[in-house]
Design a protein around this ligand. Structure first.
Ligand SMILES: Cc1cc2nc3c(=O)[nH]c(=O)nc-3n(C[C@H](O)[C@H](O)[C@H](O)COP(=O)(O)O)c2cc1C
Length: 194
């Protein structure tokens, strides 16, 4: 692997969004494993690992997949504040995204992710399949598969985060650069003192 070089501030907006998109699109890219932090209704912090499922610079949005009933969906429904932390070890870059999350269940956005995200859908089907009685299932294997898919769809939820700002930190052994990118400024990178 080549040694990472310190990136110029002017390249940071493109590099940041490209890196997010590449991570979301490539199932083999470990950078897609990110930390999503929320705030509980009691005002406590809560964080967990999530797979990044999509990122789009033009709309300033990123997406995750989850189940309809979980602690994080309760948090986001009560308070949309979200923070996502990403680390790319090859470039030694940390990204901290701050924004607002919303939940999509049984709507067009969820439908698009459910139909096009084959891997995610298979995984969700495994998660929700357990309560279905395959031992006493009266129908065919094909009918069981359809029932599982229907059940997975009922639970399938997309978390959409509208990103308001991204803090970029590149920390090389001998040099550092920190910058903030804001949606309202077209993601222009403003360098910050270390
Ligand atoms: C490697 C890894 C990837 C994960 N990816 C997801 C994910 O994409 N979606 C999800 O809902 N939970 C994912 N989880 C589980 C969450 O970290 C968390 O334990 C679970 O969603 C319950 O979180 P909550 O109680 O805060 O809602 C993942 C866990 C690990 C270890």
């Amino acid at each position: 692997m080549d040694k990472p070089v310190l990136h110029h501030a002017i390249d940071i907006p493109r590099l940041a969004w490209e890196r997010l998109r590449r991570a979301a699109d490539d199932p083999a890219d470990l950078v897609r494993l990110v930390t999503l932090a929320t705030v509980t209704p009691e005002g406590l912090p809560a964080a967990r690992l999530m797979v990044l499922r999509g990122a789009d610079r033009t709309t300033g949005r990123i997406w995750f997949h989850t189940r309809a009933k979980s602690a994080k969906t309760v948090d986001i429904a009560a308070l949309p504040a979200c923070c996502v932390v990403v680390y790319d070890p090859a470039e030694m870059v940390q990204l901290r995204l701050v924004g607002r999350g919303s939940l999509h269940t049984l709507d067009d956005l969820a439908r698009g992710h459910f139909e096009h995200g084959a891997l995610a859908r298979e995984r969700m089907m495994e998660v929700v399949a357990a309560p279905l009685p395959d031992l006493l299932w009266p129908g065919s294997a094909e009918e069981l598969r359809h029932a599982v898919k229907r059940q997975a769809w009922q639970h399938f939820t997309v978390v959409e985060m509208v990103v308001e700002s991204i803090e970029w930190l590149q920390a090389l052994p001998d040099a550092r650069r920190r910058a903030v990118l804001r949606a309202e400024e077209g993601w222009r990178a403003e360098e910050l003192p270390d």
